[in-house]
Design a protein around this ligand. Structure first.
Ligand SMILES: CC(C)(COP(=O)(O)OP(=O)(O)OC[C@H]1O[C@@H](n2cnc3c(N)ncnc32)[C@H](O)[C@@H]1OP(=O)(O)O)[C@@H](O)C(=O)NCCC(=O)NCCS
Length: 167
């Protein structure tokens, strides 16, 4: 096992973050995105949501290389959702099970709890994803329901499970 550290992302981390996410977009149903985000889209998103917004992007380093990240983002657009955040966590496929996801949630969740204004965190998990379900339950998330066949990717319909954690 290598050394795992977590820190706030900087714009210089975005290519490494994008490389991790691109794998899951192109090769898995973990995310319902079907098209990769361009470097410009990553930069615009980071500037709007993190630098000038109230959301977070943390990276996990494994032996000095970015190998995972977690994003907090707006849950839904309407103003009454202001106190809710949605989390997205992705670890590079060759680095899962090494504690990076745990290190990311361990850094982010206390910050969300300490910051004023956030009341609920949600993760929406495309099924099947036993690792993500076990991971979220390990971090205190509770299953609140599953929407059936809400997504369609790679020629099949996909269910999504809604997980919730009080902050
Ligand atoms: C889900 C994910 C973020 C977990 O991160 P990780 O770095 O692999 O997980 P960790 O090594 O930090 O494990 C933390 C805990 O999660 C649970 N867990 C993680 N992977 C698991 C697996 N494959 N099976 C069962 N439990 C698992 C365990 O409870 C583990 O605690 P333990 O080590 O004390 O047993 C990671 O596997 C991943 O990125 N998967 C692919 C992308 C994805 O599905 N993202 C989530 C989208 S909703």
């Amino acid at each position: 096992m290598g050394t795992v550290t977590v820190r706030d992302a900087t714009p210089a981390d975005l290519p490494a973050v994008a490389a991790i996410y691109t794998h899951y977009v192109l090769r898995t149903t973990t995310t319902f995105n079907t098209e990769v985000r361009t470097p410009r889209e990553w930069t615009q998103r980071f500037d709007a949501e993190v630098t000038n917004g109230r959301y977070h992007l943390l990276v996990a380093m494994l032996d000095g290389t970015v190998a995972g990240y977690v994003e907090s983002q707006r849950f839904r657009p309407r103003p009454a959702y202001d106190r809710s955040v949605e989390l997205s966590v992705y670890v590079a496929p060759d680095a899962t099970g090494a504690g990076l996801g745990g290190a990311l949630f361990g850094a982010l969740l206390p910050r969300l709890e300490a910051e004023e204004g956030f009341h609920r965190a949600f993760s929406i998990i495309a099924l099947p994803n036993d690792a993500s379900i076990a991971f979220h339950e390990r971090w205190g998330f509770v299953h609140r329901g599953t929407l059936t066949e809400a997504g369609f990717k790679f020629g099949r319909y996909l269910d999504v499970a809604y997980y919730e954690r009080a902050l």
